[in-house]
Design a protein around this ligand. Structure first.
Ligand code: BG6
Length: 528
């Protein structure tokens, strides 16, 4: 790197010698995300030479076989890794020397001391001090037991043991309701200090999600407008085209869209949009502000659930000319399943900044387009200078004369993926003799502005955990507050008659019923 600033950044972000121990190493996440991310960090010089990875799982396998499986997975994804480096065999060989495999059953107490011995022998081979990052990528039901066994075998100490550091990354889902999340948080608290626990939400590792904070707090022009006086509504969409590929149905059918996407990813986005400026750019200061937002989401009663949420499930349909099976026909899905593959919500944030501003959230599988975005709709001018046909403007602008305007509300769209960027739409006079208003757009695109691909979320998050920066991980009280709200919706749904499912065809924008969440004049769901 020639850029001295970048060099400074690199030095600062460089990890200490350490070992990453991955539980559940035979799973998809390890070969698809974790190893490619570590490999890329290694190639780019973020990881030291004294570094190793130990994959732990039930299946019998040698180190050589494990390395070869990972190499094949990397080759299959090499276009995603980008650049020459991923292709250079030397880099891979150097990296692969540091990868090991250890077979064990996670539920056998006696297996943990043996694991400790294996880690110790790898550390001595590479001269690595006992700095250990344990990564729990197993079935969620095993998280608690593994933590307890790690503590019993003295592989982790709450607050550390003064020799090296131990940290644990816990994959999602963190619990499946408020009770189970509280139990797991209690186990975490009994085995680790909070600053050793890294609850992962990969959305927070996305470059564009991190940019939300920069956008709000490194600039002065938007923050004065960022409140109920100027903003009419906020719409957060995470639309996916995928269905149940990759054998996910077993997990998903027991989870549904609300648990899978809203409890974590969408509520995190909501927090970043709605939170107050933190006092410092530091993990706890930021997390304090996010918790305050989550605590303003009061648990809903069943009648509020009926009024403010809409569930959907995809039926057979067609996408890009291909016919697509309905959710209930997918492998591993109960043919009578009432699991939601789509959910839309109207939320209220009851604080001084946001009272009265609807936050509209939606996410779904088998929608026509993959797009995650946050759209901020501003209020109309108080007086309609540019009068046109009568329109109901009261809802977007309670102060409006209601006489109708030609002007359209300004719209700020933060595109999180794909086509990452930010656009601001405003009214302009179209050329000509008439006073004809048209919406025009100012557009910032990551691709053209920075000319380099963004790192994958897992690269960023793994490096942060190795360095000990928990800013982009969720804290116990955040998870608790999110589940408290989400569990009230599940309870409401359980008390209400189930909707007629399936209720949208694969390739459609969810059930038509989701439009009823809007009030007159609020504009409806954006067509993406
Ligand atoms: C995961 C969910 O957390 O996020 C998946 O379990 C979902 O169901 C995925 O598809 C979406 O992530 P991304 O990064 O593709 O938007």
């Amino acid at each position: 790197m020639n850029n001295p600033l970048a060099e400074g950044f690199l030095t600062e972000r460089k990890a200490e010698p350490c070992t990453v121990i991955i539980f559940g190493a035979s799973g998809d996440l390890t070969s698809r995300k974790l190893i490619p991310a570590l490999y890329k960090l290694y190639c780019e010089g973020f990881l030291p030479q004294r570094f190793s990875v130990l994959g732990v799982a039930r299946r019998k396998k040698t180190d050589a076989v494990f390395r070869e499986e990972l190499r094949e997975a990397i080759v299959a994804r090499k276009d995603k890794l980008g650049g020459q480096k991923a292709d250079a065999p030397d880099d891979w060989d150097n990296f692969a020397r540091r990868i090991f495999y250890h077979r064990m059953s996670f539920d056998e107490t006696f297996a943990y001391p043996a694991l400790g011995t294996r880690i110790g022998s790898i550390e001595s081979e590479f001269g690595i001090p006992p700095n250990r990052l344990f990564y729990l990528a197993t079935r969620p039901s095993q998280f608690g037991a593994i933590l307890e066994e790690l503590k019993a075998a003295h592989l982790v100490w709450p607050g550390g043991n003064g020799q090296g550091w131990q940290r644990v990354v816990i994959e999602k889902p963190f619990g499946r309701d408020l009770d189970s999340a509280r139990k797991l948080n209690a186990t975490v608290a009994a085995t680790l200090a909070e600053d050793q626990a890294y609850r992962i939400d990969h959305y927070l590792g996305k470059e564009t999600v991190q940019n939300l904070m920069t956008f709000r707090f490194a600039n002065t022009i938007f923050e004065p407008l960022w409140n109920r006086e100027h903003i009419a509504s906020v719409q957060i969409t995470a639309a996916e085209t995928v269905g149940m590929e990759g054998g996910r149905a077993g997990y998903y059918d027991g989870a549904g869209a609300l648990r899978d996407m809203v409890q974590n990813h969408l509520l995190q986005l909501l927090c970043l949009v709605a939170m107050e400026p933190p006092s410092r750019f530091e993990a706890n200061a930021i997390r304090n502000e996010k918790v305050k937002v989550l605590r303003t989401l009061k648990p809903l009663t069943p009648s509020e659930v009926a009024a403010m949420t809409v569930r959907g499930q995809y039926d057979t349909g067609s996408m890009l000319g291909n016919s697509i099976a309905g959710y209930r026909e997918e492998d591993g899905v109960d043919p009578k399943s009432i699991t939601e593959t789509y959910v839309a919500l109207r939320l209220k944030i009851e604080n001084w900044r946001w009272a009265g501003v609807p936050f509209m959230l939606r996410t779904g599988k088998r929608l026509p387009k993959r797009a995650t975005e946050i759209a901020i709709r501003f209020r109309l001018p108080p007086i309609g200078l540019f009068r046109g046909p009568e329109r109901d403007t009261q809802a977007t602008n309670p102060g409006s004369t209601g006489q109708g305007e030609w002007a359209q509300p300004n719209l700020l769209v933060l595109r999180l993926q794909p086509d990452e960027g930010i656009s601001l739409t405003f009214d302009a006079k179209a050329p000509g003799m008439e006073m004809d208003l048209q919406m025009v757009k100012m557009d910032f695109r990551y691709g053209s502005s920075f000319g380099m691909p963004s790192p994958e979320a897992y690269e960023r998050l793994l490096l942060d955990a190795i360095i000990g920066d928990s800013t982009l991980f969720t804290r116990a009280d955040e998870v608790d507050a999110a589940w408290e709200f989400i569990t009230s919706i599940h309870e409401g749904w359980a008390a209400l008659p189930p909707p007629e499912l399936p209720n949208y065809a694969a390739g459609e924008w969810g059930p038509a019923e989701s439009d009823r969440l809007f009030r007159p004049g609020e504009g409806g769901w954006r067509r993406l």
